[in-house]
Design a protein around this ligand. Structure first.
Ligand SMILES: C[S@@+](CC[C@H](N)C(=O)[O-])C[C@H]1O[C@@H](n2cnc3c(N)ncnc32)[C@H](O)[C@@H]1O
Length: 228
């Protein structure tokens, strides 16, 4: 798949649960969703009484503008998925059209929550690699379909600075997937891991239940070690 830049394309709470192997305890943590875009994760979690703050550069725009942008990218993405359908696992979706419809439904759930969430400070216009949060403001940070996936569009320096920033604002960070848009492993995973001193961080690559891009069933889980 070839895209000019990062597209706003949103997933659901169910998908976040599988991508990040979220346990009941995880769901009850204070969560930062980094690059949540038009995902319905925050809306669904809020409805269930959980605490999620989402950041994304698209939150500078109005609901109408976001909807317009998502709908404008719809045909291109669905067409590209059709062209490369052998690169995907067709288990949860029958075909590219059904996938596209699921993404639009997630966006609609997001849009219904967007104005209220913005007023409550749950959708904030912020961007990696620099966030306006205090150290340890959150307990868990989730970053889905941004870091590593867009390795062709964003530099290694951006990835390293972003991961260090996420580990400043939360003691635990999970990133999914670890492959690029073309399904090849991101060349940055090793370098990001090496940038994190082993005595300060516990780092695991874990297999998860979610796999839509073939081979994209791993998340990177980084936890800050407690200082003795
Ligand atoms: C492919 S979407 C994924 C949305 C959501 N995380 C999900 O998995 O459904 C990637 C999102 O990253 C956002 N994004 C792009 N650059 C970013 C940055 N520097 N910091 C935070 N988010 C960014 C985009 O606006 C877009 O909404």
């Amino acid at each position: 798949m070839k895209l000019d830049d990062i597209v706003p394309w949103g997933r659901t709470l169910g998908e976040y649960r599988s991508m990040f192997s979220l346990s009941k305890t995880d769901l009850n943590a204070s969560i930062l969703g980094c690059g949540d875009g038009p995902a319905s994760f925050n809306a669904e979690m809020t409805r269930l009484g959980h605490s999620v703050t989402s950041i994304d550069p698209i939150y500078q725009f109005s609901a109408e503008q976001i909807e317009q942008r998502v709908r404008a990218t719809y045909e291109t993405i669905v067409a590209q998925v059709k062209q490369n359908s052998d690169r995907y696992v067709w288990c949860n979706f029958n075909d590219a059209d059904q996938l596209g419809q699921a993404r639009l439904r997630a966006m609609e759930m997001f849009l219904l929550d967007y104005e209220a969430g913005k007023a409550n400070g749950r959708y904030l216009h912020q961007s990696l690699p620099s966030l306006a949060f205090a150290d340890n403001q959150f307990e868990l940070c989730l970053c889905s379909h941004l870091l590593f996936l867009y390795s062709e569009q964003r530099s290694l320096e951006f990835h390293i600075a972003s991961v260090h920033e996420l580990l400043r604002v939360a003691p635990e960070v999970r990133i999914f997937p670890l492959i690029k848009l073309d399904g090849q492993p991101s060349p940055y995973v090793e370098a990001v891991i090496h940038s994190l001193p082993g005595q300060w961080f516990s780092i695991q690559i874990e297999a998860v239940a979610y796999e839509f891009q073939k081979g994209g069933n791993q998340m990177l889980k980084i936890s800050r070690r407690a200082i003795p």
